[in-house]
Each structure stands twice: as C-alpha cells, then as structure tokens.
Design a protein around this ligand. Structure first.
Ligand code: ARG
Length: 256
C-alpha cells in the first residue's frame, strides 16, 4: 500500500515537473529584457542612425520606436560595431539589429530578416578631381577602396577586387575621412549616408553609376519567430497608416 502511494506521488511529481517545464518553454520571453526591445545599431550612418547630441536619432531609431510602441515595449538602443550586430542577435544579447542592414542570403543563414522597410544603393564616393569616372574604372584600376568593416560594401568589394585593395574602417565616416586625406582612392557605401558625408566634407562627389541595389530590414534571432511575426505585423500597420512613409520623408525629403 505504502509503495503504491509513493508511486502515485512520484508519478504526480514527474507530471507537474513536466508540465511546468513545458510552460516554461512556451513562456520563453519574447525579449531579452522584460518589457524592453533592445536594438543594436551602429550610429554613424545618417540619416538612418546618428547622434543628435547624445541621443541616437534617424529613420531606424524612429521606426524602431514606433514598432516598440505597438508591441507595448520600451525601446533601448545600443550603439555597437556594425560587424558585431548579427552575432549579438544570434546570442540573444540584443532582440533586434537595425542599422540600414541589407538583406543578404549569407546573413539569412545566421538570423531572420523582417519584411523590408527601405531600399539602399551602394555608391562610390571619389574626390571631385578623381580620374575614376565610373564603377568599371574603379574595379579595373589599381585603386584602393575604403569601406566599413562587414558591410555589403566590404563584402562585394572584397569579392570583386580582392582583399589587398580594400581598406576597412570601423565607421563609415572614418573611411570618408581617409578619402579626404588621400589614404584611399574611393569609398563604397550606401547612398544616403554617402550624400550626408559628401555634404559635410569638401571636395568629394558621388559617381552617377550605382554599384549594387539592396533592401534594408531588421534582423531577429532565428528562434524568436514570435517577435519576428509581431514586428512584421507592426511594420505592415505602420506602413499602411502612413507612419513609416512619413518618417522616411522627414529624413529624405522626396523633393529635396
Ligand atoms: N547596408 C550595408 C550593410 O548592411 C551597410 C550598413 C551599415 N550600417 C550602419 N549603421 N553603419 O552591410
């Protein structure tokens, strides 16, 4: 009798343990910090993310804030090296990466991308008096090209002209500075930051011929499909109600 009783108790115990483990698994938090949406970015990429005094502003910062609000979460932005964002999202250090980040098949192996919210173009910046007049001249010559480490500019350039001619910088504006001081012959970077860097550095211009066209999206941990779906729904609603178009228009006026 005693034995049977003990058995029933232990069976009951195992059942409760199993149940609570199952509920733990299903309750696995959607975000890293309770009630917060932690976003990793690299905030030297105007107009997507940049500092206004000590605040990070820009298209990505504002879209992320609008998404966080829809999800009833508080947005926390962390400024990190661009090439550490994907690893940080993979290891659940950050909930999302949002940094004018281009959707690529290679990156999709490591993380999931949300629906895209913007288009980017890789362009070439050269000194005004440069003999580099188009992308082909750049590729076929012996020129050194500055890029931001780990960006698509870096990846495509390294593929097309080889590592030896690519000079990597941790920030896009450092690459542009190196161009201004003649340390590199050209910089390959996204069009909107390029416009902003050219406007604030004298003697530089953007070549008319584009290098590659791309789509921007946020990235999310592959296991966090719940967050991915919620963000996609929020992005859809914010596009339909005009919020996202208005944010983009604010930073990239279509008539300007
Ligand atoms: N679109 C490019 C890429 O995904 C460059 C992005 C750089 N972003 C930044 N916030 N610094 O590789």
């Amino acid at each position: 009798m005693k034995k049977v009783f003990a058995k029933i108790i232990s069976a009951g115990l195992i059942l409760t343990m199993g149940l609570s483990m199952a509920s733990c698994a299903s309750k696995k938090s959607m975000t890293v910090k309770k009630g917060k949406l932690v976003m990793a970015t690299n905030a030297y990429f105007p107009p997507y993310e940049y500092y206004d005094n000590s605040t990070i502003v820009g298209i990505d910062a504002e879209i992320a804030a609008a998404v966080a609000k829809k999800l009833d979460l508080e947005l926390e932005i962390q400024d990190v090296e661009f090439d550490s964002i994907i690893a940080g999202v993979q290891s659940n250090k950050y909930d999302i990466g949002m940094a004018g980040m281009t959707v690529t098949e290679e990156r999709k192996k490591a993380i999931n991308f949300t629906d895209t919210y913007a288009t980017g173009v890789q362009v070439v910046i050269v000194p005004e008096n440069s003999e580099i007049t188009d992308v082909d001249t750049l590729l076929n010559g012996d020129y050194k090209v500055g890029v931001q480490t780990g960006t698509t500019g870096d990846i495509y350039m390294s593929d097309d002209i080889g590592d030896d001619r690519v000079v990597r910088f941790s920030k896009g504006n450092d690459a542009v500075l190196a161009l201004s001081t003649g340390k590199v012959d050209a910089v390959v970077i996204d069009n909107e930051p390029a416009k902003s860097f050219v406007a604030s550095n004298e003697g530089l211009k953007i070549l008319d011929t584009a290098y590659v066209e791309e789509q921007y999206a946020m990235c999310v941990n592959k296991d966090n499909t719940e967050l991915l779906e919620k963000i996609n729904t929020a992005l859809k609603e914010l596009t339909e109600d005009g919020t996202i178009p208005a944010i983009i228009e604010k930073y990239i006026p279509s008539n300007g």
